[in-house]
Ligand binder design. Structure first.
Ligand code: ZN
Length: 162
């Protein structure tokens, strides 16, 4: 393992053990999305408050593997306070980092491998090693897909749908 791999592993475990923005928001006004990844048994509930086109608050609850729960925690940190269209661009960049979905190339949000760690996706960059484990990619994208659905007013998301 390289030093960077060790650092990434530490960051993932830290978010898993001490999740950021864990909890629930009053619904309404927040929107709630519930997501399942039956492939791994992961589950997340994401509450998101959107005001004036901006994510002013976000919280999650969940259970499942370290990748799924750490990813939800990292996502909440990253999207809080951001405009809804920026959140969509961050998700494109995140998928691009994991080697899935080329939408990012078209929208100019592709992840730049080798950039200074933390510059592009914050702690979520620690999940980039997941791209080498295709069966785990849906663990990492579950919370993002659930958030995207919740913002759009869709209450249920399942990774088998994609
Ligand atoms: Zn998982």
């Amino acid at each position: 393992m390289t030093q960077l791999d060790d650092l990434y592993k530490e960051i993932i475990l830290d978010h898993y053990r001490r999740p950021r923005n864990k909890g629930a928001l009053p619904v309404p006004p927040a929107h709630r999305g519930h997501g399942l990844n039956p492939l791994c048994g992961d589950e997340v509930t994401v509450d998101v408050l959107v005001e004036d086109g901006r994510v002013t608050d976000v919280a999650f609850e969940g259970r499942g593997c370290a990748i799924s729960q750490a990813s939800a925690s990292m996502m909440c940190e990253l999207v809080k306070g951001r405009a809804v269209e920026d959140v969509a661009a961050e998700f494109d960049r995140f998928r691009s980092m994991l080697g899935v979905d080329d939408a990012a190339t078209a929208t100019g949000t592709a992840y730049e491998a080798g950039a200074e760690p933390g510059r592009q996706l914050g702690d979520a960059e620690a999940l980039q090693g997941v791209k080498d484990f295709p069966s785990r990619i849906k663990c990492a994208t579950l919370s993002w897909n659930t958030l995207t659905g919740a913002i759009a007013g869709e209450a249920e998301f399942s990774e088998t749908d994609t």
